[in-house]
Design a protein around this ligand. Structure first.
Ligand SMILES: Cc1cc2nc3c(=O)[nH]c(=O)nc-3n(C[C@H](O)[C@H](O)[C@H](O)COP(=O)(O)OP(=O)(O)OC[C@H]3O[C@@H](n4cnc5c(N)ncnc54)[C@H](O)[C@@H]3O)c2cc1C
Length: 477
């Protein structure tokens, strides 16, 4: 491809890596000199209540790694602070850039932001070029036979698989690192410390950055074949834990897909299908941005959930008296991560057993999750609440006790996070309220004292949930 720009910017956002990076590859092929830039936007940072913030720490440390890697190439990362609509055009003018390259972001806020940045750049005669990077197909590339967006997962996956051509859709985007702008002391936008940004350093349970992310991916290769059989058991370490890497782009989605093609198996197919779920929710969010505030299924928009604030608090603090729910919530509170099976269990429990509005749970996850992603979180919550695109049918309600028996049969996950039940054997550990007095005594469990009584009766709440939701049957999509 011929070089058309003297100087350009590669503005990184949720693509914090150098390897297999579409916008960077395009920028380096089309320009003589490329400045890699990140913007800390106070509009986003100011909204964050917790000053010891997991995601801010993850981003900051990933950027430090990126800066180090760029310096190894004789370049560096330029870090701006301010509203991108102002600071990107200002910086572009200062360095006399002719174009800004970026990876496409499909969230409603990001789309509005990018449009404003593009307009402001245009006023200065600077081009804005964005590229598909974090998903395989852009929302307009996949449609039903009638030309509509897919609203159901399986036909979406089938269409994805039909359209997919590995050499085209999972090819590595190779950058020409010789084109990176030399570090220039006259253009000094140093990396602010977390303290400068008003945040504290936080201990993270997994290593941030591209190197650690790619290592996670490589290590996961040995687990891929067993993924389908073992993915549902939270006590086993059998899922990839790459969600945070896909969220911040420390791992390329194409590299992940290539892994499934290089190690073909039932497990690899199953894992790729999960990556396609992620893409499905990105498309849903793009086509139906109103899901951020309201149910995808219109018949549920006026639903009034009777659940109480006290029950919500017991849920969020892990003291519901249902051990699998409590263990999962305590794990989330301590680490910022939760296994997918447990996300489904606790979301079902909140919405169907406690009859609390799914938006409260969604907001709680947004606050706590290291891998928080608007599209997947909203999709997961609306799936569990039976209000979303292709959701869990409202009459299929998880029983938290049989979920423990099925997916944590020895009680090991519960034991790890609810230490006051550590000496209780399975099956008593699934639900101490039904355990024999003798078992409780020998395990030093005193209900109401060392561990809470159940805050609800599952059988009663299940019927109430069905009554609440069945008045408004789910329409076929
Ligand atoms: C209520 C609820 C909330 C959720 N919130 C988020 C969120 O904020 N961010 C997030 O990344 N995922 C979310 N998920 C999806 C899923 O739980 C996590 O992606 C998964 O647990 C991450 O672990 P992993 O990387 O080991 O997954 P793996 O099992 O290794 O799966 C590989 C990748 O596929 C994607 N994926 C897997 N399952 C799903 C799914 N059900 N929906 C969408 N993508 C999926 C993720 O990117 C994941 O990293 C949520 C699910 C539920 C039920």
């Amino acid at each position: 491809m011929s070089v058309s720009y003297k100087r350009s910017i590669c503005w990184v956002r949720r693509d914090l890596r150098l390897f297999d990076h579409t916008a960077l590859a395009e920028a380096t092929y089309r320009s003589h000199e490329v400045f890699v830039v990140f913007v800390f936007d106070p509009t986003i940072l100011d909204l964050l209540e917790d000053r010891a913030h997991l995601r801010v720490s993850f981003i900051h440390r990933s950027l430090q790694e990126m800066d180090r890697k760029l310096r190894e190439q004789g370049s560096r990362l330029w870090v701006l602070l301010g509203n991108p609509a102002t600071v990107i055009p200002q910086f572009a003018k200062e360095i006399q850039a002719e174009a800004v390259f970026a990876s496409r972001d499909y969230e409603p806020f990001a789309r509005r932001r990018d449009l404003t940045v593009q307009e402001n750049l245009k006023l200065a005669g600077i081009e804005f070029l964005d590229f598909k990077d974090q998903i395989t197909f852009d929302p307009h590339e996949l449609a039903t036979a009638e030309g509509n967006p897919f609203r159901v997962f399986t036909p979406f996956r089938k269409a994805w698989e039909k359209l997919f051509i590995a050499d085209r859709d999972a090819a590595e985007a190779v950058s020409d690192l010789n084109k990176l702008a030399r570090d220039d002391e006259s253009i000094d936008y140093p990396m602010p410390s977390l303290k400068d940004l008003g945040f504290q350093e936080v201990e993270l349970w997994l290593e941030p950055g591209e190197d650690a992310g790619r290592k996670r991916l490589a290590n996961f290769a040995s687990k891929l074949a067993d993924y389908k059989a073992k993915r549902d058991f939270p006590a086993l370490d059998q899922t990839s834990t790459l969600s945070v890497d896909f969220r911040f782009g420390t791992v390329s989605i194409r590299e992940a897909i290539r892994l499934t093609l290089e190690h073909p198996s039932e497990g690899a197919d199953s894992w790729r299908s999960e990556l396609i779920w992620r893409e499905f929710y990105q498309h849903i969010l793009f086509h139906y941005p109103d899901v951020v505030d309201q149910t995808f299924q219109p018949q549920y928009r006026d639903i009034e959930y009777p659940g109480s604030k006290e029950d919500f608090e017991a849920w969020s603090e892990g003291r519901t008296g249902f051990p699998i729910v409590d263990a999962a919530m305590r794990c989330l509170n301590a680490t910022g991560w939760m296994h997918n099976r447990l996300r489904m269990v606790v979301a079902s429990f909140l919405t169907k057993d406690l009859l609390v509005d799914y938006r409260w749970g969604e907001a709680y996850f947004q606050r706590k999750l290291l891998d928080f992603d608007l599209a997947s979180n909203n999709g997961g919550w609306q799936w569990s609440a039976s209000t979303g695109a292709d959701p869990q049918p409202y009459f299929r309600i998880f029983n938290p006790i049989s979920q423990s028996a099925k997916f944590d049969s020895e009680g090991n996950f519960i034991r790890r996070w609810v230490p006051e039940l550590a000496d209780l054997e399975a099956p008593s550990i699934y639900f101490p309220a039904l355990a024999a007095e003798f078992d409780l005594l020998t395990a030093s469990v005193e209900l109401g004292k060392t561990y809470p009584h159940p805050i609800v009766d599952h059988a009663i709440q299940r019927d109430r949930a069905i009554a609440l939701l069945s008045k408004k049957p789910i329409t076929e999509s």
